[in-house]
Design a protein. Structure first.
Lengths: 218, 592
């Protein structure tokens, strides 16, 4: 990197050599996903602080029994992060056939790729299972008579879970897209998988955080 | 990763041939930039007409405006504006101007057009997101405009939409039924559009710079758009959930903002325990950074234009100014409470918000001193662009000084609900940003449409506008000190009646200044079709946008991959053949 500090002292700027330099850059999609993750984190930080303010504002904050299925959902989502990492490892190994010890490098590579796709599909299935589980949690609350407008705690519960669920469905769409790129063996498809993984793990982490907020406050 | 892997993201886009892809759903950042600019032009025209309507009402409260009853039979029966309709006009003026003009033009408009070009990129990092960003914003604008045409008109809760006025629905007054719903949906859509835009700006700046374009070689305007994108990313990510909560309170019976036991219009409201202050916190945590989203791009544009017409770099180099803008952006998240000094705040909290508010004046004072110090002794070329840049500095200082007073809770308690605040924010944010837009327009329009704007008309436009805005907003300080409350549709109290002539003066000034803007509209339209062909570099400027044709080709540089070898503002370098050295020039300059 060049250090181009200059002091314009009385217009004395003579001409001497200075080399051209190349800026160090990343891929836009990797940068983009981190930027998106910060924005989403900000949204949920705003909602959480709103929750704390709202809890203190009125005497109408009632706790309710959290549906047990939420904990099962949590395990499912955490598991999906692991399966996604398994998938990434398989694709990374498939991309480096020289690292394999076996004789037929391309055969091993194809096997790893189909393995990778298997774990990617598993991730997708677990992600969708999580969403189904969240809907079941809502139904369980509804059967208890806890609705969106029942009280502030239930309002926040539905808003937080719905917003997280929508973002997670976005992640599902992203994974489906990445999966189709991987199947087509598109250029940079593996980078896309890495990008999608950042988002997916963040959704996982965000849910664990939300569950803690919900469990403590509701 | 090198840019080899980054380029496929944009490279596969061939120049479009169909009309729709070329001009409507275009992926080209230049077309999208012009679309944003055009949307801002339409919005500013509507916002200006709205201000004329309520200014006439403020000067002559009993005067009917002929024909207005056709537009709103309920709001203006017989052409006479009702107090509620006055509030509707005020709300829409503020909303349109802040969101669809001050955010759209200097940031999304010019930023989209020039950020990729100034860093030597072929397009934004995510062209499809970019297109979605504009069309989401456009949809937001249509939804907002729809509020004029629903039964009870636009909302009356101001551009800040304070709960509970905004959150309890139709009992709160006309415009608070469907009008306010449309407002909330529109702003939520707007947030999504801006988030997509900010994402693009950040990724593009970080990853798509051409060879040699280090961060320290980026033009200051690009820096300003980048900083603004970072601010906007967090600010709109806060306003979006706030709007969702507001929509739920209004439509789903929740009580985020609505307290218990409210009786409005003789109806007990079915809510419990909500906090109206919560909305103010969420809103102003967005709202104060939003002020900087409007002003920092204008700062960048002015700091980009001035060296060109001074023929020398800014005092202290770029780093001090960039540092100031970053500091201001950072501090903007710590001062939201100063908008709430009179909302019922613990006095100790008020001090906590007052101190950073005073600290935030330091980077801005340093910035303006850099401008003034740089101009001192410069061989300034007076063009429309440089005049509007100087005008920007003038109005920013005039508006900034009143900020020192408002930053103090004890003074703000008196001044907050008066015209003093109206004067303050119109100078420091609205007029200053508009001057930045005008400066950018006169400077860059030759590049954007390939034709030179008429300088004579531009200078006439500047002087009329410059004198006009001072006539409009300076007297408002006096009105505020005299205790003239804002957001009243008519002044019937004894102590206010003697102030009405001042309002009449302001109204006449506003009408004349508004009329002067037609010179600008005329100049713009005339230039577009009949202007003199613009050369590639009409101002002898140095940055990359002047290294290409006017207007630039689809891929910005005609297949060339530029290599940047110079800092952005190498003017009047001793020993150079010309008094400017392009960023791509192979000359070598010693740095002391």
């Amino acid at each position: 990197m060049s250090t181009t500090t200059y002091t314009q002292t009385a217009g004395t700027r003579a001409r001497v050599a200075s080399p051209a330099v190349t800026a160090v850059k990343g891929t836009p999609s990797q940068t983009g996903v981190w930027v998106a993750v910060s924005a989403i984190a900000m949204s949920f930080a705003a909602l959480t602080s709103a929750l704390i303010v709202r809890e203190g504002a009125g005497a109408d904050w009632h706790r309710f029994v959290l549906p047990r299925i939420l904990y099962l959902d949590t395990i499912i989502l955490i598991a999906s992060s692991f399966t996604l990492e398994l998938s990434r490892k398989r694709f990374a190994a498939a991309a480096n056939p020289s690292a394999t010890a076996s004789g037929s490098a391309s055969g091993a590579s194809t096997a790893r790729r189909s393995d990778g796709l298997y774990w990617l599909n598993m991730t997708l299935t677990l992600g969708l299972l999580f969403v189904v589980g969240q809907v079941l949690a809502w139904r369980s609350l509804v059967s208890q008579g806890v609705f969106l407008a029942t009280g502030p705690s239930s309002s926040f519960f539905y808003v937080l879970t719905a917003m997280h669920g929508l973002h997670l469905l976005g992640g599902v769409l992203g994974l489906i897209y990445v999966g189709s790129r991987l199947r087509r063996n598109a250029r940079n498809a593996q980078n896309s998988l890495g990008t999608a993984a950042v988002y997916w793990h963040f959704m996982d982490l965000l849910w664990v955080y939300l569950l803690m907020v919900i469990a403590i406050r509701m | 990763m090198s840019d080899a892997s980054a380029q496929p993201e944009v490279h596969h886009l061939a120049p479009p041939t169909g009309f729709i892809r070329k001009h409507v759903f275009s992926l080209d950042h230049k077309v999208i930039g012009l679309q944003y600019y055009g949307l801002a032009l339409a919005a500013v025209f509507i916002g200006m007409v709205l201000s004329w309507l309520f200014r006439i009402h403020l000067g002559w409260a009993t005067a009917a405006i002929p024909g207005l009853q056709l537009f709103s039979p309920n709001g203006a029966p017989g052409g006479l504006i009702t107090p509620e309709y006055y509030l509707s006009l005020l709300t829409m003026h503020g909303t349109i101007m802040v969101f669809f003009v001050l955010t759209n033009a200097p940031f999304a408009g010019f930023g989209n057009y020039f950020l990729p070009i100034q860093i030597g990129a072929e397009d934004m990092a995510f062209p499809r997101f970019n297109m979605m960003s504009f069309w989401t914003t456009f949809a937001a604008f249509l939804v907002m405009m729809a509020a004029f045409f629903v039964h009870d008109g636009p909302p009356i809760s101001g551009w800040t939409a304070y709960a509970t006025l905004s959150s309890i629905g139709k009992d709160a007054g006309p415009g608070e039924a469907m009008g306010q719903n449309l407002w909330a949906v529109s702003i939520a859509l707007f947030c999504i559009g801006q988030l997509l835009g900010s994402l693009n700006f950040i990724a593009t700046t970080l990853d798509l710079r051409t060879k040699g374009m280090t961060l320290s070689r980026m033009p200051i305007s690009t820096w300003a758009w980048f900083i603004t994108a970072c601010i906007g990313l967090l600010a709109f990510a806060d306003l979006l959930p706030a709007c969702i909560l507001l929509i739920l309170d209004r439509t789903a019976g929740t009580s985020f903002f609505n307290p218990a036991g409210m009786v409005v219009s003789d109806n007990l409201q079915p809510h419990s325990g909500g906090s109206p202050l919560l909305w103010q916190h969420l809103f102003w945590f967005f709202g104060h950074p939003e002020v900087y989203i409007a002003i920092i791009p204008a700062f960048g544009i002015v700091a980009h234009i001035l060296p060109t017409f001074m023929r020398k770099p800014l005092l202290g180099g770029m780093r001090v100014l960039i540092g100031c803008l970053i500091a201001a952006g950072f501090l903007s998240y710590m001062v939201w409470g100063h908008h709430m000094f009179v909302s019922g705040m613990n006095p100790y909290s008020a001090i906590l918000f007052s101190v950073p508010t005073l600290i935030i004046t330091i980077p801005f004072t340093v910035s303006t001193l850099i401008f003034l110090g740089s101009i001192y002794g410069a061989n300034l070329r007076f063009t429309s662009a440089s005049l509007f840049s100087l005008g920007f500095i003038s109005v920013f200082i005039s508006g900034g000084i009143s900020g020192f007073f408002l930053a103090q809770p004890s003074l703000d308690t008196y001044l907050h609900a008066t015209y003093f605040v109206v004067a303050h924010f119109h100078f420091v944010m609205a007029v200053a940003a508009i001057f930045g837009i005008f400066a950018g327009t006169y400077f860059w329009m030759p590049k954007m449409i390939g034709r030179m704007m008429n300088e004579g008309l531009g200078k006439l436009h500047f002087w009329l506008t410059f004198i006009g805005v001072y006539c409009i907003f300076m007297p408002m300080h006096y009105l505020g000190l005299a205790g003239n409350v804002r957001r009243y549709s008519a002044f019937t109290d004894n102590y206010l009646i003697p102030l009405i002539p001042v309002h009449k003066f302001i109204t006449i000034a506003a009408l004349l200044t508004g009329a002067a803007q037609f010179i600008f509209f005329y100049n713009l339209i005339h230039t577009r079709w009949w202007g003199v062909q613009a050369p590639d570099n009409p101002w002898d400027a140095t940055t990359l946008e002047w290294s290409t044709t006017s207007p630039p080709p689809f891929d910005n540089f005609g297949g060339r991959h530029l290599v940047v070898r110079q800092d952005p503002y190498e003017y009047s370098v001793e020993g150079a053949a010309t008094d400017f050295i392009m960023q791509t020039a192979t000359d070598t300059i010693a740095k002391h």
